[in-house]
Ligand binder design. Structure first.
Ligand code: GLU
Length: 565
């Protein structure tokens, strides 16, 4: 890097720091950030320190718009460094994976049973982050070999959700397209004596297994099993009549490991992608795929520990190299509905509007209420891959989301439960309010005042007489015989501040739009600025209320979802 580039980067960090504190940058913090980004410059700390002092002087001489302009330019120029900076932060958060020197092959393997939810996001993002870090392949594997758990729409919705999450998927495979690979490997497994075809009744088998006793089918020769397997492939057997089982240890201490099934027959429902009746169970298809796709590392929840043990049995039979497994703890998520079957039932019964109903924990519901994918990523990476069970923190997700949307979301007035107040003693005027106070370049909004404004009824209940209408002027409220009126009380913001007057949002009587705000506590009806009409699908801040996502404008009314304060 040239000296000039280093000076520019120092200025960049100083400007960022100034923006963060809305004041002069902090020298120590800027120096620390520069050295964290370029540890190689540590021996030259003295020179860098004088560069920082110089930059602080430069920043001091700039006005707000110059600062913003320069910051925008430097942000663009050094965005790559920002990525490397975030890699460093991440390195501190997520532990290193062994055997990753030559890159990794990892996978995200959802069942297409419905749109993805927060639980999926953890697996998806952790694996994604490691592939970004070490390089390699990130395979999306659609695990659709159980037609009972396939929702045809989910083939589309899962991809949409993955897109929303911003996963860097390199390959996509569908298990339903790989049935012949599973059949071939089953045949090989039978040939090496690893599996037998079991015609015992399930309950009978369960009782035998509980007593560590083998079932009569286990003594089949390879030839007998192959004959039965041929018949299974041909469709000779009906659902429930036969399964292919792995020969493990019938006296294994964990009954779940004893001769578990690998394949079963299913005659209904039909599969939306293939015509089939013989399906692998997940431990077989997952093992075969992890091997043939060259998966090196598997990061998944503790609920898969038993599956990992089962899959190791299969890997051992074939003599395949076992991937590196890591199981993270359980994550409790309160306050939203996550279960795909409960959601589907709720939608069918009309209790939820759709998969993006904001009471649900689906990613599309989060997006609809204004949570950004970047915030989900930050929150999930911070949780990490620890084995301890944890409770998902909504507060933390909201804090991360605020970091992201606060600097870019436009500000507007929303007046809940509006009350009209006529103001005497002044002339019509236009208030100029900033769209984004930290960045004047984003422009401003003009709000016309004629003679009457709407203010939130709650302000009158407070019985405070002296108020400031934000970005307009101060007023004195009078309530006489139940009639509300107000008087112009000067323009001075300083005076309002010194009197500790509430500075409240307002709207012109003539120009406003009805707005319904849906919050976790219920529906709030009110009015908002007309400018909000340009913000459909975006997050904005309703000043003094909180961040909201503008959902739609329909039948003359805006609907917004409350995101967080
Ligand atoms: N399809 C499995 C699931 O969604 C994941 C399989 C795996 O991670 O090995 O639970």
């Amino acid at each position: 890097m040239t000296d000039e580039e280093i000076s520019e980067q120092v200025l960049w960090i100083a400007l960022e720091n100034a923006k963060k504190h809305s004041g002069p940058p902090n020298k120590g913090a800027v120096l620390g950030a520069v050295l964290a980004m370029h540890p190689d410059l540590k021996p030259k700390a003295k020179e860098i320190s004088s560069l920082v002092s110089l930059s602080l002087k430069t920043v001091e001489l700039m006005d707000e718009s110059e600062k913003n302009e320069k910051l925008g330019y430097l942000d663009n120029k050094f965005s790559k460094n920002r990525i490397s900076k975030s890699v460093k932060e991440k390195e501190r958060r997520l532990p290193q994976l062994p055997f990753s020197e030559k890159g990794v092959v990892m996978r995200f393997a959802p069942n297409p049973s419905g749109p993805l939810h927060l639980g999926h996001a953890r697996a998806a993002l952790l694996n994604d982050e490691y592939v970004r870090e070490y390089g390699g392949k990130y395979i999306l594997r659609i695990e659709d070999t159980d037609p009972k758990r396939v929702d045809p729409d989910a083939y589309r919705t899962v991809l949409e959700d993955i897109d929303w999450l911003g996963l860097q998927i390199t390959d996509v495979v569908y298990q339903s397209s790989r049935l012949s690979l599973y059949y071939e490997n089953a045949r090989q497994l039978i040939e090496i004596g690893g599996a037998y075809a079991c015609t015992c009744d399930n309950e009978e088998f369960r009782l035998l297994k509980g007593r560590k006793e083998v079932c009569p089918c286990r003594s089949q020769s390879e030839k007998e099993t192959l004959d039965l397997w041929d018949k299974m492939e041909e469709g000779f057997f009906k659902e429930g009549e036969i399964s292919l089982r792995l020969r493990t240890q019938i006296d294994h201490p964990d009954p779940a490991m004893r001769d578990f099934p690998l394949f079963r027959i299913l005659n209904s429902p039909s599969h939306p992608r293939v015509e089939a009746h013989l399906y692998p169970l997940m431990n077989f298809s997952v093992s075969v795929d992890d091997h043939y796709l060259g998966v090196t590392h598997v990061i998944r929840g503790k609920d898969h520990i038993a599956n990992t043990c089962r899959q190791k049995f299969i890997f051992d039979y074939f003599g395949w190299q076992i991937p590196y497994y890591r199981h993270y703890g359980r994550m409790g998520i309160e306050g939203v509905v996550l279960s795909t079957s409960d959601i589907r039932k709720g939608i069918n019964e009309g209790r939820y509007t759709d998969w993006d109903d904001i009471r649900l924990g689906t990613l599309r519901a989060l997006g609809r209420r204004g949570i950004t994918p970047a915030a989900v990523r930050r929150a999930v990476l911070e949780i990490g891959i620890g084995e301890t069970d944890i409770q998902f923190s909504w507060e933390n997700l909201f804090a991360k989301n605020k970091e992201i949307i606060d600097p870019v979301s436009h500000r507007y007035f929303f007046v809940p439960d509006p009350v009209a107040v006529k103001i005497s003693g002044t002339k019509p005027t236009i208030a100029k309010a900033s769209l984004q106070p930290s960045d004047p370049l984003q422009g401003s909004r003009n709000i016309a005042f004629h003679d009457t404004v709407y203010i939130p009824s709650v302000e009158l209940n407070r019985k405070i007489e002296y108020l400031r209408l934000k970005d307009l002027f101060n007023i004195l409220i009078k309530i006489e015989d139940g009639t509300i009126s107000a008087e112009y009380a000067g323009n001075s913001l300083e005076e309002a501040r010194s009197k500790k007057a509430p500075i409240i949002q307002w709207l012109p009587y003539e120009e406003n739009v009805p707005c319904t705000l849906l919050t976790p506590e219920g529906v709030v009806k009110g009015l908002c600025e007309q400018g909000v009409l340009n913000e459909t699908g975006k997050e904005v801040q309703f000043e003094r209320v909180g961040f909201v996502k503008i959902d739609k404008f329909d039948k003359g009314e805006i609907t917004a979802y409350f995101t967080h304060r």
